[in-house]
Design a protein around this ligand. Structure first.
Ligand SMILES: [Zn+2]
Length: 96
C-alpha cells in the first residue's frame, strides 16, 4: 500500500530552479531527481508501477495506491493491481 498526499512539498516544485539554487549555495548540483510532480494521481500511478516493476521486492502482485487529502482526511482510492489501475479520485463511502 502506498499513499500520496495533498499539499506535498514536491508538488509543483520547480526542480531546475531548486537544483540551481542548491548549486549556487553549495557548489554542487544534485545528481539525483528531486521527484517533483504536477499531477498527483499520475504520480501515484507511477509509484504503483515502480513497485510492480521493482526487482527488489518479493511481493508486488497486489499494489494499492491512495491519495490522502490532508485538509479533510479523505482517501481517494487507487486500486488493487494485477490489472492496470489508477489513483483516481473517488468518493469513499461514509464521507460527509
Ligand atoms: Zn510529500
Amino acid at each position: 500500500m502506498l499513499m500520496h498526499h495533498t499539499r506535498c512539498g514536491a508538488h509543483g516544485l520547480p526542480e531546475e530552479q531548486v537544483k540551481a539554487e542548491i548549486q549556487a549555495e553549495t557548489g554542487i548540483r544534485p545528481p539525483f531527481s528531486l521527484e517533483s510532480f504536477s499531477d498527483i494521481e499520475a504520480r501515484c500511478r507511477q509509484s504503483m508501477a515502480r513497485i510492480r516493476l521493482s526487482p527488489f521486492l518479493r511481493h508486488r502482485d497486489k499494489v494499492r495506491g491512495f491519495v490522502l487529502d490532508v485538509d479533510d482526511g479523505a482517501l481517494a482510492r487507487g486500486g488493487v493491481t494485477s490489472t492496470a489501475t489508477a489513483c483516481a479520485p473517488s468518493s469513499p463511502t461514509g464521507r460527509r
